[in-house]
Design a protein around this ligand. Structure first.
Ligand code: XIL
Length: 372
């Protein structure tokens, strides 16, 4: 299935082609005739739900996960495997977790997640090979020049992608290298001076392609649909890759947005991303509600209804793009009990599809309704 998607995408590619501001993160029924009975009982919202997200969608529905929650909470495990068809490691496949020293790797968490996914008929999206925020301390302290830096990055990409060849179906090869507005990100990175950073990123994609020719390769960033300058920089990079023979299959926008984020802006920015002809991944979706970071915020029924409408809007927008560009929608977490936003944004935050007790929220129904 995935390789078919990839072939179609490659054939159609290029018809053309952490946090800062409030919105951004630096971060079937019967066949007619007789009435049918839903195959699963009504959920907590009182609506009959005949299908789960993973059953209804023709593309992958992913979630960011942690091994500890899977191992320690049966409800987390059950909610994840019943509703989602793909997983991303929230942090366990980042460079600082895997590359423990210049001569050692820790594969245990990645092995666990890949085994878990296979046992539950889920695919694995690898996140992420090159991201400045996850360079290990030993690597940062080495102060490599550009040649040594690239030789090490090449070794890392080759070793990781080769080990999980055929099992990790897709990778975010490069994450967040553009600054807000579209320049090259410098602050906080340890990138040595590359005379031509875009060519270096292109070679990173080539190292991944050489290690697993079937892996689907993404560039991932935040605020892509909102920030026209960043989006233009990504499109220029993709066009250059095409012209110079560097591989790239898709683009991800993280989608850490707010319920109040302009839906018109999201829609027009997304259409511009889609114009590249590349695969689309809504890669880290969560919808913040407590916009003012208020200690007295309450997630009322009315708030839940507004959030559901936003999820439905995003899924409908994704469904409307050409089928051969639909890769996946991934939510950045499973349950409001464990969301990075309670640390990074505000303790009172409710951004995901399941509440703290693993009940389906209205947002789940919104997502489900948005699927064709
Ligand atoms: C975040 C995780 O959610 C945190 O647990 C971790 O400490 C830091 O990273 N953009 C990305 C993700 O690409 O990897 C980030 O995930 C969120 C922002």
């Amino acid at each position: 299935m995935i390789s078919n998607i990839k072939i179609l995408a490659l054939a159609s590619v290029f018809a053309v082609a952490s946090c800062s501001s409030n919105d951004e993160v630096v971060f079937k029924n019967g066949d007619g005739g007789e009435p049918t009975t839903p195959t699963t009982p009504p959920d907590n919202t009182g609506n009959p739900t005949a299908q789960t997200l993973r059953e209804k969608a023709s593309w992958k529905v992913g979630a960011a996960v942690t091994t500890s929650a899977i191992k320690n909470e049966a409800k987390y495990d059950e909610t994840l495997s019943t509703n989602f068809s793909q997983l991303t490691a929230e942090y366990e496949m980042k460079m600082n977790r895997i590359w423990t020293s210049s001569s050692s790797y820790n594969w245990s968490e990645t092995d666990y997640l890949v085994d878990y996914a296979e046992a539950n008929e889920m695919e694995v999206h690898g996140h992420t090979l090159v991201w400045y925020q996850s360079f290990p301390e030993w690597f940062k302290n080495a102060n490599y020049d550009s040649t040594a830096f690239e030789n090490n990055i090449k070794r890392y990409i080759t070793d990781v992608v080769t080990r999980y060849k055929g099992r990790i179906k897709s990778w975010d090869v490069v994450n967040e290298v553009f600054a807000d507005g579209g320049g090259h990100r410098q602050e906080g990175t340890i990138l040595p001076v590359f005379n031509d950073p875009i060519a270096f990123y292109g070679r990173c994609f080539q190292y991944a392609r050489d290690a697993d020719p079937d892996a689907i390769l993404f560039y991932n960033d935040y605020s892509v649909v909102l920030d026209s300058g960043k989006r233009a920089a990504m499109k220029r990079m993709a066009t250059r890759f095409k012209n110079e023979g560097y591989p790239i299959d898709g683009l991800g926008d993280q989608f850490h947005y707010r319920e109040v984020t302009s839906k018109e802006t999201i829609k027009s920015g997304f259409a511009d991303m889609v114009s590249t002809g590349l695969l689309m991944h809504i890669s880290e979706l969560d919808i913040r509600m407590n916009t003012d970071k208020s200690d007295s915020y309450t997630f009322t029924d009315a708030e839940a209804t507004k959030q559901a409408a936003t999820y439905k809007f995003i899924v409908e927008m994704f469904e409307a793009i050409p089928d051969n560009q639909k890769f996946a929608i991934t939510t950045w977490g499973v349950t409001d009990k464990y969301t990075w936003l309670t640390g990074w944004w505000h303790p009172k935050e409710y951004p995901l599809l399941f509440d703290r007790e693993y009940n389906k929220k209205k947002a789940y129904e919104g997502f489900l309704e948005g699927i064709n």
